[in-house]
Ligand binder design. Structure first.
Ligand code: FAD
Length: 435
């Protein structure tokens, strides 16, 4: 059997078999067969999780054959896509109806099911993660049953299954609450970190989508502020990036040059502070506008590992200060910028923004750099501020740690017992994080 690897290349497994079903009935019989024989099944999306959440020694389901638009209710702005659909395919599917997804993360390579299952999010204090856009799901449970759920249909299942960690069933369709297609006006500026921290709450409240990158060993941040406009409503003079500008800024500087810097600093860590000062000066001082999905999603070609914690929004400045002090105290050399985003509170049981306005802090290490000291020390800080780890990114928590973080964990486990009594969807990750 051939080995499967995630995007970063460091999580690997050899499934007993790879199945590529093209109908929901096939998914159901694959799951039923595994349940009958005491085996396991794991759906995989784009393999963009940094954790071992998608690994299996059992049957791996690749759902590219269960993909595309299933139905649209234009009046209600609801679109149902098949479970294997990739996020980057969705804009073209919605375009004929004048619809778009409300918010997205940094990239669009993930599958819709993989993205919601780990709580993938973008930024913007008035918006939740992608799972909050979901109005209904169809899943194949651990007994092979095909189950539809929404706020009115199997509502208990729906309340937990939108961020389901792949533990509750194989998602075969997702109904999204879309919005009218819109444009984004993007303003990217290098700014002193202190000024950004002082106005952090205000900027999040004022702007539709605010985020920033802080370059460790510098006192500079790169801010990104995106404002929503109706099609044709961008301010005068604001236009899309030319293909050349896109290539220079996003491919050459953000990926190729950054990769070269990482290679140099990998061999010469003492050059990192200088390289970060250079990077913070080279990236981001531009203004442009385009269709929402083209502004939200960027390219990532440099391979890295990532940890991201969800924190009470008001704690962000203090946590960043502690992170900076820790990096200095331990004399760590950190070449990747720290990314800071936000999201509205939501009611999805295992969403990292459950019941609180959230600030996210993401830290990264180049794939060739040992991540443990930085990640473990940062996690200590995040945990001391009641942080919740992203389910698809590095963390060292175990099941006992989650009870106090998620008030609805018990309900999640009850639904899991109902839907997957034989633990057909189990793997080492779920065995570690769920009771
Ligand atoms: C370069 C990069 C950028 C990223 N940017 C962001 C970001 O901006 N914001 C953010 O929050 N995260 C981000 N992530 C993390 C990423 O969005 C999540 O890890 C996401 O889960 C990956 O989706 P996937 O389709 O690759 O799923 P996979 O990693 O393949 O799978 C994740 C989980 O979903 C389950 N799953 C997949 N398909 C199904 C299905 N049909 N039914 C049931 N379960 C299923 C899998 O079993 C597994 O448990 C990024 C990751 C990378 C590598």
């Amino acid at each position: 059997m051939s080995q499967w690897r995630n995007w970063a290349g460091d999580q690997r497994c050899t499934p007993s078999r790879v199945a590529r079903p093209s109908t929901v009935a096939e998914v159901s019989s694959l799951v039923s067969a595994a349940a009958a024989s005491g085996g396991t099944v794991k759906a995989v999306g784009a393999g963009h999780s940094f954790t071992d959440i998608a690994l299996t020694r059992g049957v791996q389901l690749q759902l590219d054959g269960i993909s595309g638009l299933l139905s649209v209710d234009r009046a209600a702005k609801l679109a149902t896509v098949a479970g294997g659909t990739r996020l980057h395919e969705i804009p073209a599917l919605l375009a004929p109806y004048g619809l778009a997804m409300e918010n997205l993360g940094d990239i669009d390579r993930q599958s819709i099911s993989g993205a919601i299952s780990t709580g993938t999010h973008g930024t913007g204090l008035a918006f939740g993660g992608i799972a909050t856009q979901v109005r209904a799901l169809t899943l194949v449970s651990g007994t092979g049953e095909i189950l539809h759920c929404s706020a009115t249909d199997n509502s208990e299942v729906f309340s937990v299954a939108r961020v389901g960690l792949g533990a509750l069933g194989i998602i075969t369709s997702v109904t999204l609450q879309c919005v009218d297609a819109f444009m984004l006006h993007a303003v990217e500026r290098p700014e002193p970190l202190a000024a950004v921290m002082e106005s952090y709450g205000e900027r999040n409240a004022l702007h539709d989508h605010f985020e920033f990158y802080w370059f460790p060993h510098t006192d500079m941040a790169l801010t990104k502020t995106n404002t929503r406009h109706a099609p044709g409503g961008l301010p005068a003079g604001v236009s899309p990036l030319s293909t050349w500008a896109h290539f220079v800024d996003d491919v050459l500087v953000s990926n190729t040059l950054f990769s070269a810097l990482c290679n140099v600093t990998g061999k010469l860590p003492s050059a990192i502070p200088k390289a970060n000062r250079m990077a913070s000066g080279l990236t981001g001082n531009r203004e442009f506008g385009d269709a929402s999905h083209k502004v939200f999603a960027t390219q990532r070609t440099v391979r890295f590992r990532e940890m991201e914690y969800a924190l009470p929004l008001e704690n962000i400045p203090a946590v960043l200060g502690e992170l900076d002090a820790m990096i200095k105290r331990r004399r760590l050399q950190i070449s990747f910028p720290v990314e800071v985003r936000s999201a509205a509170a939501d009611t999805v049981a295992l969403s990292t923004a459950n019941n609180r306005e959230t600030g996210y802090i993401a830290i990264h290490q180049h794939i060739k750099t040992a991540p443990l000291e930085y990640f473990k020390a940062a996690e200590e800080i995040f945990r001391s501020h009641a942080g919740r780890p992203h389910w698809g990114k590095w963390h060292f928590l175990q099941s006992k740690d989650f009870a106090q973080l998620y008030p609805d964990l018990e309900l999640f486990c009850k639904v899991r017992d109902d839907l997957d009594p034989r633990r057909v969807f189990n793997n080492a990750y779920l065995a570690r994080v769920l009771p």
